[in-house]
Structure formats: structure tokens, C-alpha cells
Design a protein around this ligand. Structure first.
Ligand code: CU
Length: 497
């Protein structure tokens, strides 16, 4: 996506052709044709090619990355809700790959997670996959390989691309759509030094979780352990370009611009503000929220998406950028330029603001009781695995095998489950459930309803409750989306019994 603005594509002709061919040939002749000419398959809706390519993030600043189709971000894939689609995934690299369709309710053989049993796309091989895209909204695709200590692998590289599944009917109260993918490059390991990530509301913590986490950390440091590894970056980009080196978003006064923002980071939580403007947030993780509300700042954990409309009513040349000065100075921003305005792009820090999903919830929410509640305690064992923090759910670290292991939690189809997640670490964890969406029930002590997501930030020493309906049988992966956390134990599996 060299330009942040993307026009609609017409990709429907291929599926139409395939359906026509079946109707004309009849069952018997189709069977014979399939046996005698297996190469005569219809063309796919999309072809993705995983390859190592140079990515120019600014003039003469080129990084080598594993990309989709030689570009970063990967191409925007538009699907129609409920219309089957076929995608050819070619892997031109030397390593088997997994392509995960994040946020979609699809079967395990195409979801793109080895832990669920999805076949790999072999090195120098290909897989054609077919599924019916669902649910409608802003989704994305990314690699699901474990990176471990390899900062060229997994989501540290360039394997991230946006997906938009068009709803059967669209409200469409906007003039144009702009997709933004936030992503860092140039990762390096560092030791500890937690960044200040105190932006969630309420700032209070659950005492018992805090004392458990703090005493575990103290005991580890007292034994002479260093802080576990963290990851930092030298380059920050929106749509693959460092601030000031990509095409500006050119707007006109009075326009309503719908931004679809994806945090494509492997590890970082990101923020975004546009001086003099507010965001009317209409969807979280692609799902319309019950209460579209105006906010001055967007916050997104890894893999979270926000769709928000900005009324362009403050002419000038502005930086739409991250609140962290250092990250913005190193590129995390994009210029918004009004027609008729000129000059150096301006940044103004927004007033202090705390993030809460509650703003977008149904008021006076009271969730129906679930059929069953599953308790989960998240904990960190500082630097316990070769200098990396080891993560546990209920005391168990997920094995680092990238294969199928027995599931820990067993579901019955049709039941509604509540996950009560308790975080005894000071890190914020963007928690992701595959192949299902969940509803936020309680977050930081506040009850809520009507917000459907597939990633939720669980604050340091906080508790979060979400409900989901077990309606998509098969192995289902649950993990923290922070690559360093998921790679070092922070995963578990559900199955259906
Ligand atoms: Cu985490």
C-alpha cells in the first residue's frame, strides 16, 4: 500500500466464473474432469506470495523483510461476507509458514495456526485454501510462526496485511476510507526497563495480584537474575513509511474520513492522535460498537483494530502520530494535509486522556450469566527461560513445539463460556482468542456489554471477564498477542468434546 488511500477492488468475477462452470458441467462430467485434468482449477480470488524482499521505509532506508507480494503492508484483501473465497498462498522462503486469518470464524484447517493442526505452507511450496469469510468488518492476516529468539522471524518481520470483509449492507456515512497499518522495524533485544504504559483506566490495581507479582519479581531479582529480555526498535512506520517519507493523507475541509487502524506490531502497544481533531470510534476489532463515542486519542494493543471517523474541520498540515515523542520522532506518524494548506506538519500533544473500552459499551449493562466460568491466572517467571521471561496460565507454560498438544480446556458446542482472566504481572497483555469473537463483560472492575472483540488488553494487575459462544468446533488457540509472551509460554488450547 504505497498510498494510504485504497480504492475498492472488484474481485467478484473469478468466483462467479467458478460457480458457472459447475452449473454447466453437471455432477458426472465434473467428476471425470477433476480426475483427468486436476490442473483445471478455477483461479483464486487472491494470490499471496511469502518472500524476502527489500522494503523502502524512507528514501535510501531499506530493510530486508519477509513480506506478502513484495510489499509492506501486504495487499488489502476485500471479501464479501458469506461469499466463499479461495486464496493461493505461495511460500518462496526456506521455512514452512503459517498464514493466520485473524478475527475470522473459520475452520482449523485454514485458520493458520500449527497448534490447531493447520497444515504448513511448505518452504518453496504452496497451499490453496478456501473458506467463507466471516464476520464482516476489519480483520487482518499475519504469520503465525513462532519467532523465539529470532528477530527476523514471526511478526517481527513484514508479514502483516489488512482484510476488509464487506457487510451485506453498509451504513456508509463517510466520504472515504483510509487504512493505516502501524508497524516497527529494526528490532533489538534489551534488558528490562519497562516503559511507562499507564494509560488505562482505572489506574487502580487488584491488590492480591499486585502483591503476588511483585513478590515473585523481588524473589527472582534477589537470586541475582537480571530482568528478562524485552524488544525495542529503531524504525517506526505507518503503511511502511517513516513519518514525512510517505504520501500525505490529502483531505478537504468538511470531509468525513473513516480510518481503519491496525496495530501490526509484534510487541508494542500504540497510540494515535490528530491535533485539533477527534475520532468518532465506530468499531473495535472490526465489530460495530453499541455506543460510538468521540475520543481524542486511540490506543491499540498488538493486533487490535479501530475504525473511527474524523470530521475534517481544522485546516492545516498535521501529524497523525503516536503520543510517545521518541517513537513519533523515529517515524510513527503520517501527515494529514488539507487542500490549500502548506507548511511544516504540526504536532500538538492532546490533553491527558485515559483509555477505557467502557466508553463504547451499552449503558447500564448486565450480561446474562454464562453456562460455565473458566478461571485463568496469568503469571510471569522473570528471565526463567534462557534469559527470556517465561509465561504461565494457571501455572502451566505452553510447550514451545509448534505442534499439536492436548488441549487444556474442554468446551461443549452451544454453551456460553466466561473467561475470568487475572493478570499477576505488571505488563499489559493483548489477549487473543482464535476462530471466535468474545463479548467484554467486565474490564478493570467496570461491567459492560455489547462490545465484541477478538483481542482485549488486560491491564497490569487487572482482571478482565469476557464471554464467548462455543459455536465453531475444533482446536482453538488462546494466547497473548505480544510475540515475546506467546513464544515463551503464554498460550493455551481449547477443544470441543
Ligand atoms: Cu502478553
Amino acid at each position: 500500500m504505497s498510498s494510504p488511500s485504497v480504492s475498492r477492488r472488484n474481485f467478484l468475477q473469478t468466483t462467479g466464473l467458478a460457480a458457472g462452470a459447475v452449473a454447466l458441467s453437471g455432477a458426472n462430467s465434473l467428476h471425470v474432469a477433476a480426475l483427468s485434468a486436476p490442473q483445471a482449477t478455477p483461479s483464486p480470488d487472491y494470490t499471496l506470495r511469502i518472500q524476502t524482499t527489500p522494503v523502502e521505509i524512507a528514501p535510501k532506508r531499506i530493510v530486508s523483510a519477509v513480506t506478502y507480494n513484495g510489499q509492506f503492508p501486504g495487499p488489502l484483501l476485500r471479501f464479501k461476507e458469506g461469499r466463499p473465497a479461495a486464496i493461493d498462498i505461495h511460500n518462496d522462503t526456506d521455512s514452512p509458514e503459517q498464514l493466520h486469518w485473524h478475527g475470522q470464524h473459520i475452520p482449523t484447517d485454514v485458520d493458520g495456526a500449527a497448534e490447531e493442526g493447520t497444515p504448513y505452507v511448505p518452504a518453496h511450496g504452496m497451499r490453496r485454501i478456501s473458506f467463507t469469510p466471516s464476520p464482516a468488518g476489519f480483520r487482518f492476516y499475519h504469520t503465525h510462526n513462532r519467532a523465539g529468539a529470532n528477530l527476523f522471524a514471526g511478526q517481527y518481520s513484514g508479514q502483516v496485511g489488512p482484510v476488509f470483509i464487506e457487510p451485506k449492507s453498509s451504513p456508509g456515512d463517510y466520504d472515504r476510507e483510509v487504512f493505516l497499518v502501524l508497524k516497527e522495524f529494526g528490532p533489538t533485544f534489551s534488558r528490562g526497563g519497562d516503559m511507562d504504559m499507564n494509560f488505562l483506566t482505572p489506574p487502580t490495581r487488584v491488590k492480591s495480584l499486585e502483591s503476588a507479582g511483585e513478590s515473585a519479581m523481588k524473589a527472582s531479582l534477589a537470586k541475582g537474575m537480571p530482568h528478562g529480555f524485552e524488544v525495542g526498535y529503531d524504525s517506526f512506520t505507518i503503511n511502511g513509511r517513516i513519518l514525512g517519507h510517505g504520501e500525505p493523507i490529502r483531505v478537504k475541509q468538511g470531509q468525513r474520513v473513516l480510518f481503519h487502524v491496525l496495530n501490526g506490531s509484534a510487541t508494542e502497544i500504540r497510540s494515535l492522535a490528530l491535533p485539533g481533531h477527534t475520532f468518532q470510534l465506530i468499531a473495535l476489532d472490526g465489530n460495530p460498537v453499541p455506543n460510538p463515542a468521540k475520543v481524542p486519542v486511540l490506543w491499540l494493543g498488538t493486533a487490535e483494530r479501530i475504525s473511527a471517523i474524523v470530521q475534517m474541520n481544522h485546516p492545516g498540515v498535521w501529524i497523525l502520530g503516536d503520543l510517545a515523542d521518541d517513537d513519533r520522532h523515529h517515524g510513527m506518524g503520517i501527515v494529514v494535509e488539507y487542500a490549500g494548506s502548506a507548511g511544516k506538519p504540526q504536532w500538538l500533544a492532546p490533553p491527558p486522556f485515559r483509555w477505557s473500552y467502557a466508553r463504547f459499551s451499552q449503558p447500564a449493562a448486565a450480561a446474562a450469566p454464562p453456562d460455565e466460568t473458566i478461571e485463568m491466572l496469568f503469571a510471569k517467571d522473570n528471565a526463567a527461560h534462557e534469559g527470556f521471561n517465561l509465561w504461565t496460565i494457571n501455572g502451566v507454560s505452553f510447550p514451545m513445539t509448534e505442534g499439536v498438544v492436548p488441549a487444556t480446556f474442554h468446551l461443549q458446542q452451544g454453551k456460553r463460556y466466561r473467561l475470568r482472566m487475572r493478570n499477576s504481572s505488571d505488563d499489559i497483555h493483548p489477549i487473543h482468542l482464535h476462530r471466535h469473537s468474545f463479548e467484554l463483560i467486565r474490564w478493570g472492575g467496570v461491567p459492560m456489554a455489547g462490545i465484541l472483540k477478538d483481542v482485549v488488553m488486560v491491564g497490569g494487575y487487572q482482571e478482565v471477564e469476557v464471554d464467548f459462544l462455543a459455536d465453531n468446533p475444533g482446536l482453538t488457540l488462546f494466547h497473548c498477542h505480544q510475540q515475546l509472551h506467546m513464544d515463551f509460554g503464554f498460550m493455551t488450547l481449547f477443544d470441543y468434546v
